[in-house]
Design a protein around this ligand. Structure first.
Ligand code: F6R
Length: 249
């Protein structure tokens, strides 16, 4: 099922596999239309199926050789070799399985001493390249990247403290909550917003409330992703369970 609300297109898939296939089709379409696309990528559990589907498409001929990627965020500090780092995640789930040029992979480094300089350099590199399509998940609290609810929309790539709700949500990947990193480097809302196209994926009943708030509630930095209501080209791909509270669906 597909519906348009102004600049927002909502696609409701039957289930997680359908969502993943649809999101991968959209990304593959972007690559077909522009083989040297700059893709903004996300981690988290939701895009794993999308990456799996993209790997299958690569086996069938989808060419990543001219693609440049910029990931949304990385824990800080963290070694790239740590199996919880987002660099590790991206290698495991996508990069090791497609023909992307390693020189064209960009993820903020959690290994540097100077986080501020790393963020400024990352922002500058994105500004030069531009983002053709940004893939996003969304936190239960409405965060995109690691832009947590606060009193303003952070503009550029920055060093941030994670919200307790994010630390709790991420604890499922670690042995204990104490092991979850408390800080991250993340693209800002302005960085994300400059992408020509936004593709958001959300799955499961746990995301139903935030879906409604994000796209049909007030635009507020307390729900950071609500800013996407102002973006000219947003596609939201949800499964049925995440769509139950969406207005008009
Ligand atoms: C990941 C990221 C986060 C996640 C969000 C949802 O790079 O920036 O905003 O997209 O926390 O995570 P999942 O998909 O695990 O529910």
């Amino acid at each position: 099922m597909e519906k348009k609300f102004g600049n927002l297109k909502i696609i409701v898939a039957a289930d997680y596999d359908g969502l993943s296939a649809t999101a991968a089709d959209i990304i593959a379409g972007q690559i077909a239309a522009k083989p040297d696309s700059v893709l903004g990528l996300a981690t988290g559990s939701t895009p794993i199926g999308t990456y799996r589907a993209l790997v299958e498409k690569h086996k069938a001929g989808l060419d990543f050789s001219r693609i440049t990627s910029f990931n949304l965020d990385e824990y800080f500090p963290i070694k790239q070799s740590n199996d919880q780092s987002y660099m590790y995640f991206m290698r495991e789930n996508l990069f090791a399985h497609v023909n992307i040029n390693p020189a064209n992979i960009n993820i903020p480094s959690g290994e540097v001493a100077d986080a501020k300089a790393e963020c400024a350099a990352y922002e500058a590199k994105i500004a030069v390249k531009g983002l053709d399509l940004q893939l996003l998940g969304v936190g239960n609290n409405g965060h995109i990247g690691f832009n947590e609810p606060c009193d303003f929309f952070p503009k550029t790539t920055h060093h941030t403290a994670l919200a307790q709700s994010t630390i709790d949500a991420n604890a499922r990947f670690f042995e204990s909550t104490d092991d979850v990193p408390k800080h991250a480097l993340t693209m800002g809302i302005g960085t994300i917003f400059q992408a020509k196209r936004i593709l958001m994926v959300a799955s499961g009943a746990g995301k139903a409330d935030i879906m409604q708030k994000l796209f049909f509630g007030p635009i507020t930095p307390q729900v950071p992703g609500s800013i996407l209501q102002l973006h000219p080209d947003v596609t939201l791909v949800v499964d049925k369970d995440a769509a139950t509270k969406l207005e008009g669906i």
